[in-house]
Design a protein around this ligand. Structure first.
Ligand SMILES: [Zn+2]
Length: 304
């Protein structure tokens, strides 16, 4: 072997080592902290009047079905209840033969509740999903027991308001007072609350949260959650992660229903820049959303 070959070999090893150091250094650990965490909150609109805050159906047009076992009188009373609440509010109720959101059934059994009182009916939401801003009602049930003797369909309206999430009132003149009487009326505050809760369009709202991140050398670990805190399903989209302004990772996600979400744990994402100051996470969808501000988060390098 010539001594020149030996020198070339030595130089090659040296060059490879140099390249290795160039490529992987810095090796130290870096932490990233959330720069700003934008929130979107609508507050508690229903203000203690409902079982849970801001309960609503996905859409203001709500379908119902009245069981064929109901007497004509009960059926007509219930239809008038749907009509009158539809006239007073932005809601609209329409009959369907299947796939109904509100099921009305009837029973002639007399159920005494003590003190010479009889239970006139029962009603409430039966399927709910909780989001951060709204509780979404997917199904409700009404059971009509006693035929009403009132001019107005008070029992039907009372039970329908329960299905819409409203709790009993302590006001004896209010239709939601636990003991029914024909002179009771729907309080204006109930009508206003319904219109206010349904004033938000039925849209999804994707939100980023629970973010933590650190890097070891040029490998980044990233934890975060994506959640739909809106009213309707998100049709899916993608999450794009930027190191400074360069895309370092992106992946797609499928439909996410209101109130649902998922946690992401990403390991060893290669950072293309030798120094990275900012990590940005962004949710991109084709949907309109209640708020787009909470779709983006920026993390800043914490170490000096
Ligand atoms: Zn009641």
């Amino acid at each position: 072997m010539e001594w020149t070959d030996f020198l070339v070999g030595l130089f090659s090893i040296f060059a490879i080592l140099l390249f290795f150091f160039y490529w992987f250094i810095p090796l130290e650990k870096m932490d990233f902290g959330v720069d700003k965490n934008p929130e979107f909150s609508v507050g508690n609109i229903s203000n203690e009047m409902q079982f849970y805050k801001n309960m609503r159906f996905e859409n203001p047009d709500i379908s119902y079905k009245i069981d064929s076992g109901c007497s004509l009188k009960k059926k007509q009373d219930m239809e008038r209840a749907f009509d009158s609440l539809g006239e007073l509010t932005i809601l609209d109720f329409y009959p369907v033969t299947s796939g109904e959101e509100i099921m009305v059934s009837c029973d002639d059994e007399v159920r005494p509740s003590g003190n010479n009182l009889f239970i006139a009916g029962e009603g409430g939401p039966t399927k709910i999903l909780s989001g951060e801003n709204f509780y979404i009602i997917y199904e409700g049930k009404i059971l009509l027991l006693r035929e009403s003797n009132c001019e107005h369909p008070n029992v039907g309206i009372h039970e329908l308001l329960h299905v819409l999430g409203f709790d009993h009132s302590e006001n004896k003149n209010n239709i939601l007072y636990p003991v029914s009487s024909c002179s009771q009326t729907i309080g204006n505050e109930i009508i206003e609350k319904i219109d206010e809760i349904y004033s938000f369009p039925s849209l999804p709202d994707m939100k980023l949260g629970n973010v933590s991140s650190s890097a070891q050398g040029r490998y980044l670990d990233l934890n975060f959650s994506i959640k739909n805190i809106g009213i309707s399903s998100s049709s899916g989209g993608k999450v794009v992660i930027y190191g400074d302004e360069r895309i370092i990772k992106e992946f797609e996600f499928d439909e996410i229903k209101a109130g649902q979400g998922m946690n992401m744990e990403l390991r060893n994402i290669w950072l293309p820049e030798r120094t990275t100051e900012k990590i940005k996470i962004k949710i991109e969808t084709l949907d309109n959303e209640l708020s787009l501000e909470n779709n983006e988060l920026t993390l800043q390098k914490l170490n000096p």
